[in-house]
Design a protein around this ligand. Structure first.
Ligand code: HEC
Ligand code: HEC
Ligand code: HEC
Ligand code: HEC
Length: 231
């Protein structure tokens, strides 16, 4: 399937659904793409809530790495002239940054039923943490996050084990999908390769901190307190 055929097909799906639901109904748009195509069982809270802990230097500041990356600017991309040309070619007449046909993969929780969104997300923040890690309303608490089994039970996805999370968006329905984007060790090419793609967006917890964050943070706080008292 070439990318334009794929895109045209999903576009037909989007349009059929918009017509069917009528204007102003933003839910359940469109089947199979972005977060709207994912199995959503918990509520979205937005990247800002993750920042409280994952914006800390000790943790490896995942927030900062994401802020500087492509996913964070995926909605800004839609305002660029290149996007207008892509949209026109695909028969999308609305400005791309307002077009459901583009936002469904360029913004987190777009087209997800409103009752699954805790508080409205800032759309300008593009593809956020929860598009890859799962909606965080129920796993974001310290004592749950600290226990990987509990966190998984409460909806933390495992993108390294559950295949297809990246492919909610990285698929041939993307008008810029290039089936030869990634070269594999054997010389063959593919449109998406998890390991190589992950290495381009890596944001790990530092090795010595992994599994010990809360304990190390406690120590850090005690030292900060001591320093304050001493001064
Ligand atoms: C909700 C949709 C969505 C999901 C899920 C998603 N991405 Fe993306 N990704 C995008 C969009 C949109 C862009 C283009 C952003 C831009 O250029 O403005 C992108 C771009 C990228 C790029 C740079 C282009 C490329 O292909 O080399 C990498 C690398 C990437 N994503 C990796 C991943 C990985 C790894 C996962 C899964 C763990 C993932 N993405 C999941 C939407 C998504
Ligand atoms: C199926 C999900 C999906 C849809 C729908 C989608 N995009 Fe994207 N977009 C992506 C992903 C993923 C990337 C990263 C490159 C790739 O794999 O296509 C991307 C990258 C881009 C880029 C960066 C160029 C590049 O080659 O990296 C532009 C520009 C863009 N999209 C514009 C649009 C516009 C305009 C629309 C609507 C007409 C749209 N996209 C619809 C998923 C999507
Ligand atoms: C485009 C997909 C994507 C986005 C967006 C994303 N992550 Fe990740 N993240 C991954 C993948 C894939 C991994 C590696 C697999 C794993 O460890 O779960 C990962 C790993 C992690 C880890 C664990 C690292 C380790 O050392 O085990 C943390 C913590 C994390 N991400 C937090 C965040 C936070 C917070 C945000 C938002 C600020 C975010 N991520 C945004 C895909 C993403
Ligand atoms: C109240 C603090 C807190 C908040 C808020 C929080 N986390 Fe965490 N998170 C943690 C702690 C603590 C760990 C475990 C760190 C360690 O390895 O010691 C963790 C671990 C993780 C991991 C790694 C899981 C693994 O593979 O071991 C991911 C992924 C993650 N968080 C994503 C998120 C995302 C996405 C959000 C927002 C929806 C979020 N977290 C919000 C504290 C938090």
């Amino acid at each position: 399937m070439n990318s334009l055929t794929g895109f045209a097909r999903s576009l037909a799906g989007v349009l059929a659904l918009v017509l069917w639901l009528g204007p102003g109904v933003g839910s359940a748009l469109p089947p199979g793409l972005g977060d709207a195509g994912a199995d959503i069982e918990h509520k979205f809270i937005g990247a800002r809530k993750c920042k409280k802990c994952h914006g800390k230097e000790l943790m490896g500041d995942q927030n900062e790495i994401w802020q500087k990356g492509l996913h964070r600017s995926a909605v800004a991309t839609l305002a660029k002239p290149a996007s207008l040309a892509i949209a026109r070619k695909a028969g999308v007449n609305a400005p791309p940054s307002q077009a459901p046909e583009c936002l469904v993969c360029h913004a987190t929780a777009y087209g997800v039923p409103a009752e699954m969104i805790w508080k409205p997300l800032n759309r300008e923040e593009g593809v956020q943490c929860e598009s890859c890690h799962g909606p965080g309303r129920d796993y974001r608490k310290k004592n749950i996050m600290d226990d990987l089994d509990k966190a998984r039970e409460k909806g933390l996805w495992d993108p390294s084990a559950e295949s297809g999370i990246c492919e909610h968006c990285h698929n041939s329905s993307s008008p810029t999908f290039d089936p030869h984007r990634y070269t594999l060790p054997d010389g063959s090419t593919t449109g998406f390769d998890y390991d190589q793609a992950l290495s381009r967006i890596a944001h790990p917890i530092p090795e010595h901190v992994k599994g010990n964050y809360l304990e190390l943070r406690k120590k850090q706080k005690a030292e900060e307190e001591k320093a304050r008292e001493g001064s």
